[in-house]
Write a protein that binds this ligand. Structure first.
Ligand SMILES: Nc1ncnc2c1ncn2[C@@H]1O[C@H](COP(=O)(O)OP(=O)(O)O)[C@@H](O)[C@H]1O
Ligand SMILES: [Mg+2]
Length: 353
């Protein structure tokens, strides 16, 4: 260990359904932290959380980064150390700054941020509050409404509001009269488009509600918006900056799981082919969205833009956006003049603020 280097504790994997994306994001971030311009500043200490929630450091974490999922993990697991806390204690005392590279529940929702806070060491990204609000679509929408951010009309419910037959019928009637079809039905705490239904009829809405309820008791139903999907990256803490705006373009009906993760089904247009005025508006609203929920360090704010009506809506905020080489977040910063090595260095430096 070189004492002059900042020890960056990268934590990746995790029990959420976005495990594999997290490994890919971590690979990109770790190689940037070890890049030519950073290797004299940082030393990386990797921690891998497997799909069962067990923590692995050292050689095993490195191996996962290099090779992806490891089959032989089960054999190496020690039953007397259920989540790997012994290894954790030894290696993690060395960490100066945490860098969570986890997406979705447990990684992006304030859980691990609470653990980092207890260690007394700074960490990259939003704190407990910003992470928790950013993850929960109902909390996020409520706060966005309170600061006047334009959003699609929506209903926020819990599974209790439709589990019995009578309430279910009432809810469907309410969806029809207040939102109409198609509408989007989403579990409040998830990501990667999982558990989401675009419902074109009362039957599809019923099925959509049931599906969403298998993931979360908190559910959001939204009016469907027609328009381009725009994304803007935010970086900083005291001094928040917004990047160039990008567009995600795809041929399918909506940006569902398959479209998101199959190569060739979607593409990023950077910069987005939209009027300069809209770019400025997206950047302003992105900063406002971050301030509203107390998002810090990094975030990606997503929008819908209807060209005909010249109208912009905020869709959501992601406080730990995808970070693979093909992800919007690093690509937007590259277009804005900050390369990958510089970007990760800024993220680590910002954590110290
Ligand atoms: N109100 C809406 N109108 C139109 N499309 C929507 C709406 N809500 C969601 N979508 C579509 O579903 C995708 C996923 O929804 P989103 O709320 O971003 O969930 P996730 O957190 O899983 O990414 C969006 O990228 C978009 O294609
Ligand atoms: Mg999304």
């Amino acid at each position: 260990m070189n004492k002059s280097l900042t020890k960056v504790g990268v934590v990746f994997g995790g029990v959420s359904s976005e495990h594999n994306v997290s490994i890919k994001s971590a690979k990109t971030i770790v190689s940037a932290l070890r890049g030519i311009s950073n290797k004299n500043k940082f030393e990386v200490i990797n921690t891998y959380i497997d799909k069962k929630g067990r923590w692995w450091t050292g050689a095993i974490a490195e191996e996962v980064l290099n090779k992806g999922l490891l089959k032989e993990l089960e054999e190496r697991f020690q039953a007397d150390d259920p989540i790997g806390l012994k290894i954790l204690n030894k290696d993690l005392a060395l960490v100066d700054i945490w860098f969570p590279v986890l997406h979705g529940p447990n990684g992006e929702d304030g859980s691990i941020q609470g653990l980092f806070q207890l260690t007394g060491k700074p960490f990259v990204g939003s704190g407990i509050l910003g992470s928790a609000i950013g993850m929960d679509k109902i909390a996020m929408k409520t706060i966005f409404t309170s600061v006047g951010l334009p959003q699609a009309p929506y209903l926020a419910i819990t599974d209790n509001d439709f589990l019995d037959k009578e309430k279910h019928v009432e809810l469907i009637t309410q969806i029809e009269s207040s939102l109409g079809y198609p509408c989007f039905i989403k579990p409040a705490n998830l990501g990667s488009s999982l558990g989401i239904t675009k419902a074109y009829s009362s039957q599809e809405a019923s099925l959509g509600l049931k599906l969403a309820a298998t993931f979360d008791k908190r559910i959001v139903i939204e009016k469907s918006i027609k328009g381009k999907e725009l994304e803007c990256a935010v970086l900083g803490k005291k001094n928040l900056k917004a990047s160039t705006v990008g567009e995600v373009s795809f041929g399918s009906d909506w940006y569902d799981y398959e479209t998101k993760y199959s190569t060739g089904l979607s593409k990023a247009l950077i910069p987005a082919p939209i009027p300069e005025k809209i770019v400025t508006k997206v950047q302003e609203l992105s900063l406002l969205a971050c301030k509203a929920i107390s998002a810090e360090g990094l975030a990606r704010v997503d929008f819908f833009f209807n060209e005909k009506e010249n109208q912009l809506w905020v869709n959501e905020i992601n406080t730990l956006p995808g970070f693979t080489k093909q992800s919007m977040y690093p690509m937007l910063w590259k277009e804005s003049g900050i390369n990958l090595d510089e970007l990760v260095a800024i993220l680590v430096e910002t954590a110290k603020e």
